[in-house]
Design a protein around this ligand. Structure first.
Ligand SMILES: *Cc1c(COP(=O)(O)O)cnc(C)c1O
Length: 406
């Protein structure tokens, strides 16, 4: 029995089936490459869902984690530790928020939960009924009950309803509807700059302008969920920097520690006065090992100019996707920004194309039935983008030739 088949059998007996069939098992990674349990090599253009932005096994992260793990791994937030304070300071600097403050947790959903609780506290201080949140259709903000309540994907919500009456979803491209949805009972508007899980859909500047204006008018907070877009992926440190507005609160997670679990909420202005001791907590939040990893990530991105590099590589990726659209009947459009892109197909065949790509040694993800997501590490090189395009071209051709698998 292969190592993969053996793991599949053990997994089926030991792990709850919340994920679909996993076609292979990875054992090792290095930069943009991965190796599976059968020794095959892959080009990774998914980065574990936009997480390993420095590539796999980056030496700076390995060194930071190893040193911190050998020194102090955890004491709880009843005590101070240097890495958490240093990380908060670093994030404030990068955001340009001199009065900014951080709350650390362990995932994106938890960061969204914390931001929602913060917004509620901020709202209730004005009026006990000021608890409403406006979010976008298609939005993805996490799987816990609070973050799921603001998530605008019906298929993910319905099995767990009821999720509360406090959320209003408006279309992704309707600033007037957003303006109309925000009122005196609204404590926050939450937006993504690019809706990653919705199929890499870019949210228009007009939505941000409308949200900022409505929040200011009604004393609500503007939260930008940067869990997927933050930390350089779009070719700026934070995605909101590509919009016309400045949010009150941002959430971060995925790429922040290159694969180690961490989440962060950053707040400034009136927003950072909302929470008081006892309001919110996380046992592992801000633990020294995760924070040391995140500091190493931020240091490396800065030292190696990876934000600018991501912008350049994003343009090359777009050019390669355009060439695929020109040469393949199946690929018809692309959308996204920087190194978060999707190739849109004429038919709902993205699962087949993703499987064909995997067979050829390329890891991408069928983010929607008709869209394939590309989220390579920020360290990706031109030659790797060329190689990806060749493999993807083959995969598209193979699927177009044979049609959908029955
Ligand atoms: C992935 C994601 C989340 C949830 O993060 P988890 O770490 O899976 O809880 C929240 N918001 C956005 C925008 C995401 O992409």
């Amino acid at each position: 029995m292969t190592a993969y088949k053996e793991l599949t059998t053990r997994s089926a007996a030991a792990i709850l089936p919340t994920y679909g069939a996993q076609p292979l098992a990875f054992t090792r990674g290095q930069g943009t490459r991965l190796w599976d349990s059968e020794g095959r090599q892959y080009l990774d253009f998914l980065s574990g869902l936009a997480v390993t932005s420095l590539g796999h096994a980056h030496p700076a992260v390995t060194a930071a984690v190893t040193a911190q793990a050998a020194t102090l791994t955890h004491v709880s937030n009843l005590f101070l530790t240097e890495p958490a304070v240093a990380l908060a300071e670093r994030l404030k600097d990068l955001l340009g928020w001199a009065d900014g403050k951080a709350f650390f947790c362990n995932s994106g959903a938890e960061a969204v939960e914390a931001a929602l609780k913060l917004a509620r506290r901020h709202g209730k201080a004005q009026d006990p009924g000021k608890v409403g949140v406006v979010a976008l259709e298609g939005a993805f903000h996490g799987r816990t009950l609070g973050s799921l309540a603001v998530t605008g994907n019906q298929a993910k919500r319905e099995p767990f309803a009821p999720l509360g009456e406090w959320v209003t979803h408006v279309p992704i491209d309707d600033p007037a509807a957003l303006t109309a949805a925000v009122n005196a009972q609204t404590c926050a508007v939450i937006l993504e700059v690019v809706q990653g899980e919705a199929g890499v859909r870019v949210v228009d500047d007009a939505m941000f302008t409308a949200a900022r204006k409505a929040c200011d008018k009604h004393g609500a907070l503007l939260i930008v969920d940067e869990v997927q877009t933050g930390v350089g992926r779009l070719g700026s440190w934070f995605a909101w920097q590509q919009t016309p507005v400045v949010p009150d609160v941002v959430t971060l997670a995925k790429a922040l520690a290159n694969g180690l679990p961490i989440g962060a909420v950053m707040a400034h202005g009136a927003a950072n006065q909302a929470l008081v001791p006892g309001d919110h907590a996380s046992t592992f939040g801000g633990n020294p090992v995760m924070c040391a990893a995140a500091l190493a990530v931020l240091e490396t991105i800065e030292a190696d100019d990876l934000v600018e590099h991501a912008l350049d590589m994003g343009k090359e990726l777009e050019a390669r996707l355009d060439a695929l659209i020109a040469s393949s009947t199946l690929a018809v459009d692309r959308r996204g920004r920087g190194l978060l892109q999707a190739l849109v197909l004429a038919e709902p065949l993205s699962a087949d194309v993703t499987a064909a790509a995997l067979e050829r040694g390329l890891v991408v993800n069928n983010v929607a039935p008709d869209a394939i997501r590309f989220a390579p590490p920020l360290t990706v090189q031109s030659g790797e983008i060329d190689r990806m395009a060749a493999l993807m071209g083959d995969a598209l051709e193979a699927v177009a030739a044979k049609g959908a698998t029955p």
